[in-house]
Every structure is written in structure tokens, then in C-alpha cells.
Design a binder for this molecule. Structure first.
Ligand code: HEM
Length: 131
């Protein structure tokens, strides 16, 4: 019988989630080149930043102080990349956890991702030339 998952509660859970998610990113044909070839991410620095980010979002610790949009604007990413990012995030949550906090993690990832994607999409009104 498969072991039943418990919900996400602790800092150790955040670390497991982030490590599992980025392991999937690093095996993904669409996303791996963006992180490793385009952005040349320093994983030893990025993973702790992401522990802080998700600890702030899900456990309310306010440890993350960065400005994430600035890191994403220069990247060649569009709807398909955001869809894949979210699919891998959902799969990671579902592999490890089940419960209200796990559901909250997926909802927040979806909302923050949609906001990033929206802000990165050129506004068609700008074509009309009204600044
Ligand atoms: C297609 C989707 C995405 C790609 C390819 C992507 C890629 C990246 C890259 C390359 C960095 C820079 C890492 C570095 O500093 O070396 C980064 C940073 C970051 N990303 Fe994403 N990202 C994506 C979506 C998201 C989403 C949906 C979230 C939030 C739910 C997110 C949260 C962050 C945060 C918090 C940082 C750290 C910024 C900082 O250094 O303060 N990303 N991302």
C-alpha cells in the first residue's frame, strides 16, 4: 500500500518541496536550459533564496526580502514555460503532501505565477501609441 502523505507544516517540509521541485526543473527539457544556460543559476545560492521565499509565503516568516519580478523580466519565457513551471510545482506538492496547506501552496503558486506572466506580457494598448 502506498504511504499516505501528511500536510506541509514545517521548514523541513519547505526544503523538501523546493528541492523536489528544482530537481524536476533540472530534468525538464523546456525549463532546464532557461535556468542553466540562459540565467546560469548558481543553485547553491538560489535554493536557500527559494526556501526563504516559500517559508514567507506559506509559513508567514517574512524571511524573503527580494524583488522577484526583476529576475524574470529578462528571461525568454512565455505562457508555455509558466504552464510547465506550474505543472512541475503541482506534481512536487502532490508527490509529498496532502491537506489544506498543500492546496494553499498550489493556489499561491498559481496566483503568483499568473501575476508574473501578466506583468511580462506586452500590453496590446501600447500598439495604439498612447503612452
Ligand atoms: C517559467 C517560469 C519561471 C522561470 C523560468 C523562472 C526562473 C527564474 C530564474 C532564472 C531566477 C533567477 C535565479 C538566480 O538568481 O540566479 C528566478 C528567481 C526567482 N523566482 Fe522564478 N521562474 C519562473 C517562475 C516563477 C514563479 C511562478 C515564482 C513564484 C511563485 C518564482 C519565484 C522566484 C523567486 C522568489 C526568485 C528569487 C528572486 C531573488 O533572487 O530574490 N519564479 N526564477
Amino acid at each position: 500500500m502506498a504511504p499516505s502523505s501528511s500536510d506541509l507544516h514545517s521548514e523541513a517540509d519547505i526544503v523538501r518541496l523546493v528541492d523536489t521541485f528544482y530537481a524536476r526543473v533540472n530534468e525538464d527539457a523546456l525549463l532546464r536550459p532557461i535556468f542553466n544556460d540562459v540565467a546560469r543559476v548558481d543553485w547553491a545560492a538560489h535554493l536557500p533564496t527559494m526556501y526563504d521565499f516559500w517559508s514567507s509565503v506559506l509559513l508567514g516568516t517574512s524571511r524573503y526580502k527580494g524583488r522577484p519580478m526583476a529576475k524574470h523580466f529578462p528571461l525568454p519565457i512565455a505562457a508555455e514555460h509558466f504552464r510547465q513551471w506550474l505543472a512541475l510545482f503541482y506534481a512536487s506538492v502532490d508527490e509529498l503532501f496532502a491537506g489544506p496547506k498543500a492546496t494553499e501552496a498550489k493556489l499561491k503558486a498559481q496566483n503568483i505565477g499568473a501575476m508574473f506572466e501578466h506583468r511580462m506580457t506586452p500590453n496590446p494598448l501600447s500598439l495604439l501609441g498612447n503612452q
